[in-house]
Design a protein around this ligand. Structure first.
Ligand code: SAH
Length: 390
C-alpha cells in the first residue's frame, strides 16, 4: 500500500483525531497511489497516523477512515460502519427518520445518508468515498431492505474532487415524492427535487422546542421551505400562522403540507423576499407574538463571512421589530462559519439596533443524529435560539 509521510508540525492535530490531511502537510509520498485509493499515513517519526482515501486533486489530500493499523478497508468495513451508525441512532430513540451517516462525525468523511423511513438518500462528496458507493448501497440493502435508494450528488463541492454533479436511483426506480412522519405530523418530501436531500432532519428537536411559546400566538415564519416549523406551530395551538419563502415551489409544498395535516385554515404560506417584506411590515407597524427565522447560510467561505454576519444581523433586526413586547424570536443559523459565540454577538447587535432587550430561553444545536466532534468545526454548524423580546 502506498504511504503518505507527514511533516513534523501537524502531528498533534491528526493525533487528536482530526481526519483531514492537507496537501501542504505532506512531506513525501511513497509509491504512486491511484486517485481515490486507500493509503497508509505515517507521522514524521514513523508512527502510524491512520489509513484513508487519497486524492491529489483535492486540497485535502487524504481523509482518514481509520486510525487502527489493522483495519481493512473493504466491503465489510462499510457494512460494519453502517451497522454502528444505525445502532447509535436506535440507542438515541430514532425509529423512522434520521441522518444515518453524518460524514466526519461518524468516521466516514464526506458521506451523508438520510433515512426517511424505508427510503434512503445518499451523498458521496469526495472521490475516495464515491468509489465505495456500490459497497455502501449493498450494505444498506442488506441491513434495511429499503423500498428505495436515491443519490443526491448534485452538489458543487464534488467538482473540487474532480467528480461530476449527478442525481438518480441507486435501487430500482420508485416514486420519489414520499410522506414522512415527524412529531405526530406528516410532511411531503420530494427526494428528487427538494433542497439538499429533500428535508432538513437536523431541526427535528428544535421544531418541538417551540411547543409552549406558540400556543395561542400570532406567528410569522420566514425562510419556511416546506413549512415544517409553521405547521408545528399550527399543531401546537397557534392562533394564526403565516409563512414566507422566496421559492414558489417551496411555498406550494408548504401549502400542501398544511392541508395534509388539516391545518390549511390557520397555517398559510406566501411567496416573498423576507428581507423586503419584513422591512415593509416593520414600517407598517405590524405585530406578531412569535417570529421564526431559518435563513440559508448566506456564505460558503470564510472570505465572505462578513456578508453572512450582515445578513443575519439585518434579518434578525427586522424580525425583532415585528415582535410584541414579551413575544419571542425563534432564530437559526446553519453555517459552521458562524460559531455559537459569534451568532450570539450578531443577535445582540440586532437587539441593540432594534432597541429591544432580549433574554435567552432556549439555545441548542442540531439533533443528536448529527453528532458534534469537538474541534471539528464543520460538524458543529446549527445554532437554534429562542429569545424573549421585551
Ligand atoms: N425552516 C426550513 C428550512 C429553511 S431552508 C425547514 O426546517 O425545513 C432556507 C429557505 O430560505 C429556503 O427554502 C430558501 O428558498 C429560502 N430563502 C432564501 N432566501 C430567501 C429570502 N430572501 N426570502 C425568503 N426566503 C428565502
Amino acid at each position: 500500500m502506498p504511504i503518505v509521510h507527514l511533516k513534523r508540525k501537524i502531528a498533534q492535530r491528526i493525533a487528536s483525531g482530526h481526519p483531514w490531511i492537507f496537501a501542504n502537510e505532506v512531506e513525501k509520498i511513497e509509491g504512486s497511489p491511484e486517485p481515490g485509493s486507500v493509503v497508509d499515513v505515517l507521522f514524521h517519526d514513523g508512527k502510524f497516523a491512520g489509513k484513508g482515501y487519497f486524492n491529489a486533486q483535492s486540497q485535502i489530500i487524504v481523509r482518514l477512515l481509520s486510525q487502527d493499523r489493522k483495519a481493512v478497508i473493504d466491503e465489510d468495513f462499510f457494512y460494519n460502519k453502517l451497522k454502528e451508525c444505525w445502532a447509535y441512532r436506535q440507542q438515541l430513540g430514532y425509529v423512522e427518520n434520521c441522518r444515518l451517516v453524518f460524514g466526519e462525525a461518524d468516521g466516514l468523511p464526506q458521506l451523508v445518508i438520510d433515512k426517511f423511513n424505508d427510503y434512503f438518500v445518499i451523498q458521496t462528496l469526495a472521490l475516495g468515498i464515491d468509489k465505495w458507493k456500490p459497497a455502501i448501497v449493498k450494505a444498506l440493502q442488506s441491513i434495511f431492505s429499503p423500498k428505495g435508494i436515491f443519490e443526491r450528488n448534485d452538489v458543487p463541492v464534488r467538482e473540487l474532487e474532480g467528480l461530476s454533479q449527478l442525481k438518480g436511483f441507486l435501487s430500482d426506480p420508485f416514486d420519489t415524492s414520499i410522506i414522512i412522519r415527524e412529531n405526530g405530523l406528516q410532511f411531503h418530501v420530494d427526494i428528487e427535487n427538494g433542497q439538499k436531500t429533500g428535508y432538513f432532519l437536523d431541526q427535528q428537536d428544535n421544531r418541538r422546542a417551540i411547543r409552549n411559546i406558540v400556543n395561542g400566538a400570532e406567528v410569522l415564519g420566514a425562510f419556511t421551505y416546506t413549512g415544517t416549523f409553521e405547521i408545528h406551530a399550527g399543531h401546537y395551538g397557534a392562533k394564526s400562522v403565516l409563512g414566507l419563502d422566496i421559492s414558489e415551489n417551496a411555498v406550494q409544498q408548504a401549502n400542501r403540507n398544511a392541508a395534509l395535516n388539516g391545518l390549511e385554515k390557520k397555517v398559510k404560506f406566501e411567496v416573498a423576499n423576507a428581507f423586503d417584506v419584513l422591512k415593509q411590515w416593520g414600517k407598517d407597524g405590524r405585530q406578531y407574538d412569535v417570529v421564526m427565522l431559518d435563513p440559508p447560510a448566506f456564505t460558503k467561505s470564510r472570505a465572505t463571512l462578513q456578508k453572512a454576519i450582515t445578513g443575519y444581523k439585518e434579518i434578525n433586526l427586522r424580525g425583532m421589530k415585528l415582535i410584541r413586547p414579551g413575544g419571542f424570536l425563534v432564530t437559526s443559523s446553519c453555517t459552521n462559519l458562524v460559531q455559537p459565540d459569534l451568532f450570539h454577538q450578531v443577535i445582540e447587535m440586532a437587539a441593540k439596533d432594534a432597541r429591544r432587550k432580549i433574554r435567552q430561553v432556549v439555545f441548542q444545536s442540531q439533533s443528536s443524529d448529527h453528532p458534534i466532534i469537538w474541534h471539528m468545526e464543520n460538524t458543529n454548524y446549527l445554532k437554534f435560539l429562542i429569545v424573549q423580546v421585551v
